[in-house]
Design a binder for this molecule. Structure first.
Ligand code: HSE
Length: 307
């Protein structure tokens, strides 16, 4: 095999209570990439469609993540990368993670899988380091493993795949403003109170238990963020209104997707998720901000080969 075309899913990181440790992959939103294995050494981005992003290998997240894999692999040749972006940069649904994971996953396939998925997470984190200044894994892990993932530990890296309840649907609305992850990290406090910590880890445990037991009410009760959302939500016009209207439409819970400005809600069943999409859309129609809205089942496969 010399070339491979892959679907690279969008992802929701944090999932309210799990800042930097929880994430989930989506089914209906994602990029496509074509990776060619070539004799010429190094990595070249030969095509980038859909977004205005750098083509230079060392400035592109796919290039940087790919170089990390290439150097570790000992392969003497190289790769050419074509990127077809559907996920907007700075939207909060894992645009950089889709590119860096797509590159390393496809290269690993073309080299006959020398690396386990956990190692691919490490390579892809180099791309996140370039994009946001911090090598977080909460977008790249679900893109690579599929479904929900928990980063139990960063040092050493320990990724735990989590069950995805079959009737769980995500609604994601992206108001057309850009929030850079690096900026939305700078405004966070570096210390939290013990009181907030207790509430937060209670919800993380509750969410994980709810996902494994497919207890939708418990999932909903646990989708609360006492630490990051109160600070970051001020960067997102209409956030509180979107949340209120989503809950009134029947969502289990609603919060900021990654570092925003996208907002996600989880619902039991597709029809409620569609109602939530309408309710969210009306808020941005009323305040005259353009938006994209998506309804998606949970993607349990992660990156996949397209024919
Ligand atoms: N956990 C990261 C953050 C995700 O919230 O900054 C960025 O997409």
């Amino acid at each position: 095999m010399k070339s491979i075309r892959v679907f690279c899913p969008a992802t929701i990181a944090n999932i309210s209570c799990g800042f930097d440790v929880l994430g989930v992959a989506l089914d209906t939103v994602g990029d496509e990439m074509v990776i060619h294995k070539v004799a010429k050494k190094g990595i070249r981005i030969t095509k980038l469609v859909g977004q205005d992003l750098p083509l230079e290998t060392e400035k592109n997240v796919a290039g940087v993540a790919g170089m990390a894999l290439l150097e570790a692999s000992g392969y003497e040749g190289g790769f050419e990368i074509e990127i077809f972006k559907n996920i907007k940069a700075g939207s909060g649904i894992g645009s950089s993670a889709a590119s860096s994971t797509g590159a390393v996953w496809a290269m690993n396939q073309l080299l006959d899988e020398p690396f386990p998925t956990s190692k691919l997470v490490e390579f892809a984190m180099e791309g996140e380091q370039l994009a946001s200044g911090v090598a977080h894994a909460d977008n790249v892990a679900p893109a690579l493993f599929g479904g929900f993932t928990l980063v139990r530990s960063y040092n050493p890296l320990d990724i735990i795949p989590i069950n995805s309840p079959s009737e769980l649907y995500a609604t994601i609305i992206h108001p057309q403003i850009e929030v850079k992850t690096s900026d939305s990290r700078k405004i966070l406090k570096t210390n939290i109170s013990l009181k907030d910590g207790i509430k937060q880890w209670g919800n993380v445990g509750g969410l994980i238990a709810g996902l494994f037991t497919e207890d939708y009410d418990l999932i909903g009760r646990s989708l609360v963020d006492h630490i990051v959302e109160p600070i970051r939500s001020i960067l997102i016009p209409g956030f509180n209104e979107v949340k209120t209207k989503s809950m009134e439409a029947g969502a289990l819970g609603c919060g900021i997707s990654g570092s925003g400005p996208s907002i996600f809600a989880f619902s039991k069943g597709e029809s409620i998720a569609q109602e939530v999409a309408l309710a969210m859309s009306r808020v941005y129609q009323n305040i005259q901000i353009d938006y994209d809205v998506h309804v998606s089942k949970i993607n349990t496969q992660g990156i996949k080969i397209l024919n």
